[in-house]
Write a protein that binds this ligand. Structure first.
Ligand code: NI
Length: 163
């Protein structure tokens, strides 16, 4: 496993639409391991392909709650409901956060790391993380959805978990 470099806002790769993954390869298995390692090292709750320079529809999420650690390939949102407004951050936008309103319940259909079809149900933070990561796969950063100003967060203040 190896740490990958996290691309930051301003890098055009973060605004590109990603391509689906059609088969599991050794290269993608390594990518998955590296994405988890890179996410944990950065203390984030999610990481998407383009954030490590790979334009493929893949993301990893771990909210540190039971059942909320996933690797999703070609994820599609099939249902949303409710609403939550809260501070959001992103590993590609370090030191900043902003208020974003999203559904508070989501159902996502995807393939797992074994290319098996799975349905993942997320509420609250997990729902936010799922939607945030899937946005990355379409080249959308949360900063485009922030209500009001994107805030700068000093080291002393607590940052919302990056995704
Ligand atoms: Ni992000």
């Amino acid at each position: 496993m190896a740490l990958r470099t996290i691309r930051e806002m301003g890098d055009p790769i973060l605004e590109k639409k990603c391509r689906p993954i059609t088969e599991m390869t050794d290269k993608i298995k390594t990518l998955i391991d590296d994405m988890f390692e890179t996410m944990y090292e950065a203390d984030g709750v999610g990481l998407a392909g383009p954030q490590v320079g790979v334009l493929k529809r893949i993301c990893v999420i771990d909210t540190r709650e039971e059942g909320e650690k996933v690797c999703l390939i070609n994820p599609v949102v099939i249902e949303t409901s409710g609403e939550q407004t809260g501070e959001e951050g992103c590993l590609s936008v370090p030191g900043r956060c902003g208020q974003v309103t999203r559904p508070d319940h989501v159902v996502v259909r995807a393939l797992n790391e074994n290319m098996e079809e799975v349905e993942v149900v997320g509420d609250m933070l997990f729902a936010r993380a799922l939607l945030h990561e899937i946005d990355h796969l379409d080249g959308v950063l949360y900063v485009t959805k922030v209500e009001g100003d994107l805030k700068y967060v000093s080291d002393e203040e607590e940052l919302p978990e990056g995704e």
